[in-house]
Every structure is written in C-alpha cells, then in structure tokens.
Design a protein around this ligand. Structure first.
Ligand SMILES: [Fe+2]
Ligand SMILES: [Fe+2]
Length: 201
C-alpha cells in the first residue's frame, strides 16, 4: 500500500460511472431516449464522489504532501491536475443547471446535459490516465515512507467536505446500480498509462 493505492482504486470506480454516462450520452444523441435517472444519478456521483470525495482528498492531502516533498505546484503536474479539477466543476455546474428541464423533455437542455457529460467523460478519462500513469508514480517515489502511512490514515479519518466512510459505501452502491443498468463490468480495469501532452494540456 502506498499513498496512491486507495486513490487508484477510486479511479476505477469513477471510470466505470463515466462509462455509463458515455453510453447514456451516446444513446441520447442517437435519439434512443434520454435516461434522466442515469444523468441524475451520474451527476450525483461525479459531484459528490469524484469531486467532493476523491478530488478533495487529492487537493487537501496528496497534493500538499507532494509540494512539501519538493514538487512545485505552479507550472508542474500538480498545477495541471488542479486546473482540470476546476474544468470538471464547470461541466458539473452546467449539467446541474439544465438537468431538471432536460428531465421534463426540453431538447436544448438535454443537448447541454449530454454535451457536458461527454466533455466531462473525456476530461476525466485523460485526467485519470495522467494521474495513474505519471503523477502517482512520481508520488510513490518522492514521498518518504512515513508520509505514505500518514496519508493513508488521513484519507480514512480526515475526509474533506464532511464525508465519512458511509459516503464511500453509498456511492459504491450507486456505481454498482448504474453499472448493472448499462451492463458495465465495474471491476474491469479501465485506466491506462497516459501522458501530460494530450487533450490540450
Ligand atoms: Fe485529480
Ligand atoms: Fe484522481
């Protein structure tokens, strides 16, 4: 176990929900129906698990530890990751703004929700590739052993945004529900080594 083990496994769960959102978005674009429940539950998951739970742990615990270990925040991979978290939040905001109108059948609102769900999927898949393939490998090397232990403990006992272990369990169940609906294997490994040069970063 290292300071990135738990975060890497959260990535797999996030990628499985993103795969569901992608299928729902593609179906809506083919005019095969707008599955409001999937977008509502998917938005709940990416807002409260991918962002308020997972990204917050990176921002509150891991990234400051990397800075303390000498990895510069600005102009380096940590700065890129923080910027991408912000872009993700803007997609979440637009989805939330249009979701209820979309659920009631408003076509322009549906198009907005789908556009930003798919943009979020593209962003997070590339983001997770960079973390799993590069940044987390660097973290595993630069952090001293006692920092790995401290961070593992902090992820469990000082979860940001008032979340607790029940929050994780609840969203793991939500991820399983979505994966069943869209016939996605939640345990399939989806993350691949990536690079910092792709997707406009
Ligand atoms: Fe991240
Ligand atoms: Fe992450």
């Amino acid at each position: 176990m290292t300071a990135t083990t738990a975060l890497r496994s959260e990535h797999e769960r996030i990628l499985s929900v993103i795969a569901c959102l992608r299928l729902a978005g593609d179906a809506a674009r083919r005019k095969d129906g707008f599955d409001a429940d999937t977008f509502r539950q998917g938005l709940d998951f990416i807002r409260n698990y991918a962002d308020a739970w997972h990204h917050a742990k990176e921002e509150v615990h891991l990234f400051p530890a990397l800075e303390a270990a000498g990895m510069p925040r600005d102009g380096g991979p940590v700065g890129v990751m923080l910027h991408e978290h912000e872009i993700g939040r803007s997609h979440i905001g637009v989805m939330a703004e249009h979701l209820e109108a979309a659920a009631e059948g408003d076509d322009p609102a549906r198009a907005k929700v789908v556009e930003h769900a798919l943009a979020y999927a593209d962003l997070l898949e590339a983001h997770i590739q960079k973390e799993d393939g590069i940044l987390f490998n660097m973290a595993d090397q630069v952090l001293p052993p006692e920092e790995h232990e401290r961070l593992e403990e902090a992820y469990r006992t000082a979860i940001p945004n008032g979340a607790d272990a029940d929050t994780g369990t609840r969203y793991e169940e939500l991820a399983r529900t979505l994966c069943e609906r869209w016939q996605i294997d939640p345990d399939e490994r989806r993350s691949l080594p990536g690079g910092f040069g792709c997707h406009g970063t």
